[in-house]
Design a protein around this ligand. Structure first.
Ligand SMILES: CC(C)(COP(=O)(O)OP(=O)(O)OC[C@H]1O[C@@H](n2cnc3c(N)ncnc32)[C@H](O)[C@@H]1OP(=O)(O)O)[C@@H](O)C(=O)NCCC(=O)NCCS
Length: 380
C-alpha cells in the first residue's frame, strides 16, 4: 500500500497510460482514431487502412496500403496443426475460449515468440490480425460440424472472412457493412481487454500471452460478451408488442440491460449510431424488420428510464442485429469483436512498449492489523 495514493473502484477516472491512438469524448459522443472521427473512417476507410493507421499512427500512401494488404493476405492461412488442434477440442466449447487456446498455440509456431522489438511486434501484429479472422471462421464452421474453408487471396479482409465462414463470396453490400463493423470495433482506448493485454506486455512477456489476456477479458459479458447477450435478449423478446413490458419488468427487478451503459460514454455511443443505420437498412433489405423493431422499442424504453443517468445504447446493442442480418450466429459475435480489436490490442502494446514501465498498482489494505502467527492448537 502506498500512503496517500487515491483509490478508485474499477480504476474509474484513473489515467493508466498516455496514448496517441484513440480519442473519446464521452459527454459529446465523439470517437476518433489518430484524430480522425469514426464517422469519416466508417464512410471512407477500410479495415485494412484503419489497421495501418493504428499500427503506424498515420494514414498509408497507396503503395503502402497495397503492401500492407498483400502482407495480410500472405499470412491468412493457419499452420495445419492449429486446425488439427481445433478439430480435437470439444465442439461444445465456447468459441471465445477456443480462440484463446488457438492464439496461445499459434505462439508455438513463431520461431521467435519472445522478440518484442518494434519490427518483430509489427510483423506479429500483422500476422495475428490476418489469422484471427481465419481462426474465427474455422471455429464457426467446426462447431457446426463443417470443414474449415481455406482463405482466398483475392478478397478484402471483410469479404474473405464472410467467404471463409459461409463458402459463398459475399455481396458488395454485405462486405461493406461487415467492413464498417470491423472499422468501428478496431480500437477503443483502454477498456479491460486492452488494459489487460498491455499489463501483460509491460512485463516484456510475448505478444501471444498478451493477446490471450485480452481475449479472456473480452469474453466477459460486461465487455465484448455483451453483443451475444443482446441478440439473445432480442430473440427472447420475440415480438415488438412484448418489448416494452419485458424491459420494464427487467428494470423493476434491477437487472442490467445488455448493450446499454458505458464507463466512458454518458451519451449515445457514436458507433451504435452508425450500426443502427446499417441494422435498419439490412432489416429493410431482408424484409425482416421484426428484430430491429424490437430493438427500437427496447432502446426507447431504456432511454426513457435511464437516459437521465447517462445510460444509452453502446456498440454492442446494434452490432448483434447487423451480424444477424448477415446470417452470422450469435456465438460468433464476440469472436468477431476480437477479429477487429486485435488491431487495437496490438497497437496499444506496440505504443506502450516504446516507453515501457511495468504496471504495478497497489491495493488499499483493509485486512486485520499486524499481529502474530497463532499455533494450530491455540486457535479458537
Ligand atoms: C458497461 C458497464 C459495465 C459500465 O459499468 P460502470 O462504468 O462500472 O457503471 P456501473 O455498473 O457502476 O453503473 C452505474 C449505474 O448505472 C446502472 N447501469 C449501468 N449500466 C446499466 C445497464 N446496462 N442497465 C441497467 N442499469 C445500468 C448500474 O446499475 C449503476 O446503478 P447504481 O448506481 O444504482 O448502482 C455497465 O454499463 C454495464 O454492465 N452495461 C451492460 C453490459 C454491456 O453492454 N457491456 C458492453 C460495454 S461496451
Amino acid at each position: 500500500m502506498t500512503a496517500g495514493a487515491a483509490f478508485s473502484r474499477g480504476l474509474e477516472g484513473v489515467i493508466a497510460a498516455e496514448s496517441a491512438l484513440t480519442y473519446i469524448d464521452g459527454q459529446k459522443g465523439i470517437l476518433a482514431y489518430l484524430g480522425i472521427p469514426i464517422e469519416e473512417l466508417a464512410e471512407h476507410s477500410s479495415f485494412e487502412e484503419t489497421a495501418f493507421l493504428l499500427f503506424y499512427q498515420r494514414l498509408p500512401k497507396r503503395a503502402e496500403l497495397e503492401g500492407f494488404q498483400s502482407e495480410l493476405i500472405r499470412h491468412r492461412a493457419l499452420p495445419e496443426p492449429i486446425l488439427d488442434l481445433l478439430k480435437r477440442l470439444p465442439r461444445t466449447a465456447a468459441p471465445m475460449a477456443l480462440l484463446r487456446t488457438a492464439v496461445s498455440a499459434l505462439g508455438h509456431f513463431d520461431p521467435k515468440p519472445d522478440d518484442v522489438s518494434t519490427t518483430a511486434l509489427q510483423e506479429k501484429a500483422l500476422r495475428l490480425t490476418a489469422q484471427m479472422a481465419t481462426l474465427t471462421a474455422a471455429i464457426g464452421r467446426l462447431r457446426k460440424g463443417l470443414e474449415p474453408i481455406a482463405p482466398t487471396t483475392d478478397l478484402s479482409h471483410a469479404a474473405n472472412f464472410l467467404y471463409m465462414l459461409t463458402g459463398q463470396k459475399p455481396t458488395e453490400e454485405a462486405t461493406r457493412v461487415f467492413d464498417v463493423a470491423l472499422i468501428l470495433h478496431a480500437d477503443h482506448e483502454f477498456p479491460a481487454s486492452t488494459f489487460a493485454s498491455t499489463v501483460v506486455a509491460s512485463t516484456l512477456s510475448d505478444i501471444y500471452s498478451s493477446i490471450c489476456a485480452a481475449l479472456g477479458a473480452l469474453k466477459g459479458p460486461l465487455h465484448g460478451g455483451a453483443n451475444e447477450q443482446v441478440i439473445r435478449m432480442i430473440i427472447e423478446i420475440g415480438d415488438p408488442s412484448r418489448a416494452e413490458s419485458y424491459i420494464k419488468e427487467k428494470l423493476a427487478r434491477k437487472e442490467i440491460i445488455m448493450g446499454f451503459g458505458h464507463r466512458q460514454y454518458k451519451t449515445y455511443d457514436p458507433r451504435a449510431r452508425i450500426l443502427k443505420r446499417y441494422s435498419e437498412r439490412l432489416a429493410q433489405q431482408t424484409h425482416d424488420t421484426r428484430l430491429f423493431q424490437i430493438e427500437e422499442i427496447v432502446e426507447k424504453t431504456v432511454i426513457e428510464a435511464l437516459g437521465g443517468r447517462g445510460i444509452f445504447p453502446n456498440v454492442d446493442f446494434y452490432s448483434g442485429t447487423v451480424y444477424h442480418y448477415l446470417g452470422i450466429e450469435p456465438e460468433l459475435y464476440t469472436p468477431i469483436f476480437a477479429v477487429s480489436r486485435i488491431v487495437g490490442w496490438a497497437a496499444h502494446i506496440m505504443e506502450y512498449l516504446k516507453e515501457n514501465r511495468i504496471f504495478r498498482p497497489t491495493t488499499r489494505y483493509v485486512g486485520p492489523p499486524l499481529g502474530h502467527y497463532i499455533p494450530i492448537e491455540q486457535r479458537t
